[in-house]
Design a protein around this ligand. Structure first.
Ligand SMILES: Nc1ncnc2c1ncn2[C@@H]1O[C@H](COP(=O)(O)OP(=O)(O)O)[C@@H](O)[C@H]1O
Ligand SMILES: [Mg+2]
Length: 169
């Protein structure tokens, strides 16, 4: 929420939360709104195009994998530090339970942290059909690409699910 006198207090952190209720809203509503805020924060047009892809992918994951029927996107701005943080959050089944739908990753011995590390690798997906049917396709690349985009642009990616988390920078 922005205060009316925000201009006189540039050291403040600004927070905005956007709720996504339907996957159809991802492109038309959410990504546009989030990119609008990032554009105002001074993020370059080139980076906005990259974030457009990453955001749509991570939000789509919520509707495809989590079982939750809504998702929240939080945007935190630190103007004087020229820093922006985005958080995409759902309260669904989590990465470990989702990945376990693929028999390759269904061992109860896989921890939350192991599941996140696996899911953030290229071509790891809960959909066992994705690889054999379309070896050249996009299956299992969403979290991997998000991680790479952040790494290659001096950012930091943080993935948390259950008791596990993964930081990359
Ligand atoms: N929001 C989420 N909730 C639960 N599981 C998720 C979520 N996002 C990703 N995952 C898990 O991580 C895996 C890898 O995701 P991703 O890299 O986007 O590939 P894909 O969506 O093609 O399977 C998914 O198959 C799913 O098991
Ligand atoms: Mg995906």
């Amino acid at each position: 929420m922005r205060s009316k006198d925000e201009g006189s207090r540039p050291h403040e952190t600004y927070t905005k939360i956007v709720e996504v209720r339907r996957e159809d809203d991802v492109d038309t509503v959410t990504v546009g709104r989030v990119l609008g805020v990032l554009g105002q924060a001074g993020v370059s047009a080139e980076m906005l195009r990259t974030f457009e892809y990453v955001l749509a992918e991570i939000i789509s994951n919520v509707f495809h994998h989590s079982g939750a029927d809504l998702c929240w996107v939080g945007i935190l701005q630190y103007p004087t530090k020229r820093k922006v943080q985005l958080a995409i959050v759902d309260n669904g089944i989590g990465i470990r339970a989702s990945l376990a739908r693929n028999p390759d990753f269904s061992s109860p011995l896989i921890s939350h942290a192991d599941a996140i590390t696996l899911a953030a690798q290229a071509r790891i997906t809960s959909n066992p059909a994705a690889k054999p049917i379309r070896p050249e396709g996009n299956g299992g690349l969403g979290l991997y690409c998000m991680r790479k985009v952040m790494e290659l642009n001096g950012g930091l990616a943080f993935i948390q699910s259950g008791a596990g988390y993964l930081y990359t920078n």
